[in-house]
Design a binder for this molecule. Structure first.
Ligand code: G3I
Length: 377
């Protein structure tokens, strides 16, 4: 076939087949002009570098957030005894694959061992003791991974739903400025690392206003915060795209970047509210609330795909404000939403199913980038 004809035939076949298929496409490459695409991973995903999970990670995700192994209970389970083996392994795996690692998380009330919040004689610790523990942990951890971790969730989930500061052992012992102190110590420990505040339901107006004040407080204290992480645990209908877009714009107006840090779409009925990731929340089981134990029916797959497409089109419109979108888990079988807030359910919130097959939602996210008009701002 003459060269021109061959070229035309190739073009025509591309038009018929539509976008690049899930087998050959790469999310991280498709989104490379816009923002980083990431996934939360657990150690089982990459224990075998040749596993299907590892292959999927390498193909699609440019930035990895460990789901648990950079939390305090994993890194310093006992005073002064640091356990770096698992974290070292992740950092090495990411490095081999030219991927980044996000440090999740330094100062949080969750997954922090009880000793951290214990003072002398069973009393709570005083301000100086807890500040010393915070500084030591941050120095040791950031010191070890200097230059190898892109950025840290310095403080996680410090706000109540009404936007006030949550009552945590950190705040009780240190005072409201425990947040400033955490950012101050982290900046000193690794001046080049990006530093983030991360929380859920930041789309809701009152909580968003609380986060805006928090960022302003840090800035007024002369501390640099690089980005706010909107976790993005969403449902099929709530929050609205506009609510999340407003939140992105509000944070960006403060001079910080925005990241979607823990995205998933809960497809199951029966749970109260959306986006509330408070791990202590438990709701009663009922078979009616677990309707897709045998698989997600096609109309629901389509609804999930449409929801993801709506979010990603909005992210692309705002790509000048967004640095990263991370999915909270690699595939549906890994998702925390199978156990929360009702244990033992079968959820389908991600782009890959339990056999790591790409779902229609995957294609929708890919298409959003590939069909975007590059002449748009
Ligand atoms: O470490 C123990 C292990 O010793 C024990 O054998 C095992 C048996 O269940 O449990 C292990 O602890 C589990 C831990 O993950 C580490 O694997 C906990 O039961 C389990 O509840 C815990 O869940 C994590 C959750 O945070 C706890 O806060 C999820 O995997 C993780 O996805 C989730 O992530 C949070 C983010 O950090 C912050 N934002 C909300 C998000 C979802 O809750």
């Amino acid at each position: 076939m003459p060269r021109t004809l061959f070229f035309l035939a190739a073009l025509a076949s591309l038009a018929v087949s539509g976008a690049v298929s899930a087998q050959t496409a790469s999310l991280r490459e498709a989104y490379q002009p816009y923002f980083l695409i990431g996934a939360a991973v657990n150690t089982g995903n990459y224990a075998d570098e040749n596993s299907e999970d590892a292959r999927l990670i390498k193909t699609h995700f440019k930035v990895l957030t460990p789901e648990n192994i950079l939390k305090w209970e994993a890194l310093q389970p006992h005073p002064g005894q640091f356990e770096f083996r698992a974290a070292d392994r992740l950092v090495a795996f990411a490095g081999q694959n030219q991927s980044h690692v996000v440090g999740h998380t330094l100062v949080w009330h969750g997954q922090t061992p009880p000793w951290v919040f214990a003072g002398e004689n069973g009393e709570p610790p005083d301000r100086d003791l807890l500040l010393a523990r915070m500084r030591d942990h941050i120095n040791t951890v950031l010191g070890r991974y200097q230059g190898r971790v892109l950025g840290w969730d310095v403080v996680n989930e410090a706000l109540n739903e009404d936007g006030t500061l949550r009552d945590t052992p950190w705040r009780r012992a240190i005072g409201d400025d425990y947040i400033e102190k955490a950012f101050e110590y982290a900046r000193a420990a690794d001046p080049a690392a990006e530093l983030y505040y991360n929380d859920y339901r930041l789309e809701a107006p009152a909580k968003r206003a609380g986060a805006v004040s928090l960022v302003k407080r840090l800035q007024a204290a002369g501390l640099r915060i690089d980005a706010v992480g909107i976790q993005g645990h969403v449902g099929l209908t709530q929050p609205s795209i506009a609510e999340q877009e407003d939140a992105i714009r509000d944070f960006h107006r403060l001079g910080v970047r925005v990241m979607i840090t823990e995205m998933d779409v809960d497809v199951l009925p029966g749970t109260k509210g959306w986006g509330d990731a408070d791990i202590r929340r438990r709701e009663a089981a009922d078979p009616a609330f677990n309707p897709y134990a045998q698989g997600l029916p096609a109309p629901m797959q389509d609804a999930l795909a449409a929801r993801y497409a709506d979010f990603f089109r909005m992210y692309l419109r705002n790509h000048d404000k967004i640095t990263r979108v991370t999915f909270w888990g690699l595939n549906d079988g890994d998702s925390w939403l199978n156990g929360f807030p009702i244990p033992g359910r079968t959820n389908h919130p991600l782009l890959f199913d339990r056999q790591n097959r790409a779902k229609p939602a995957f294609q929708a996210v890919l298409d959003a980038a590939q069909t975007r008009d590059r002449s748009d701002p």
